[in-house]
Design a protein around this ligand. Structure first.
Ligand SMILES: [Zn+2]
Length: 165
């Protein structure tokens, strides 16, 4: 086992430290960098290998046609509406819906039925449905600080040197 900070072979017990938000296994020398400890026995990812999380019900379209609302239909509607230089009032009048309906649609508080989807698609010239193909969604990676652990090690080394002289 090697230290994930300095890369040296860990002699004796490895130290599990949280460093810059990352869980690292480090040697005794680098253990002082950590802001806390972590346990290797607690699963870090809740979803690994388990059944897929229950999906929010969308609309009956999903079940009947193999089509489902696109993920960001609210933003798509809003963007298309703004592109056409329509405010919510104008747009709601255009599609003969209440303003509150349009607002809810754009906030994705409302699942439009098939009729409304078609109306929106025609009015805005956008596609709001997509074939529902089960695809693996990549797990969102935590944004990295851009620095590698090696950099942090080097930084701390140079700081130490500065102290010495
Ligand atoms: Zn180390």
């Amino acid at each position: 086992m090697r230290c994930e900070v300095c890369g040296d072979e860990i002699r004796g017990q490895p130290h599990r430290k949280v460093i810059e938000g990352g869980r690292l296994t480090v040697c005794g020398r680098c253990a002082g960098f950590g802001s806390g400890e972590w346990s290797p026995y607690r699963p870090t990812q809740m979803r690994r290998g388990g059944p897929p999380p229950p999906r929010r019900p969308r609309s009956e379209v999903e079940a009947t046609e193999g089509l489902e609302l696109i993920e960001d239909y609210g933003a798509t509607i809003k963007k298309a509406r703004q592109k056409m230089r329509l405010n919510i009032e104008d747009f709601s009048r255009m599609i003969k819906e209440k303003e509150s309906v349009v607002k809810k649609l754009e906030k994705e508080d409302l699942n439009p039925d098939r009729k409304l989807i078609r109306k929106l698609e025609n009015a805005l010239n956008v596609k709001l449905l997509e074939a529902s193909t089960p695809t693996a969604v990549p797990v969102a990676r935590r944004a990295s600080s851009g620095r590698t652990m090696g950099d942090i090690w080097k930084l701390s080394q140079s700081e130490e040197k500065e102290d010495e002289g």
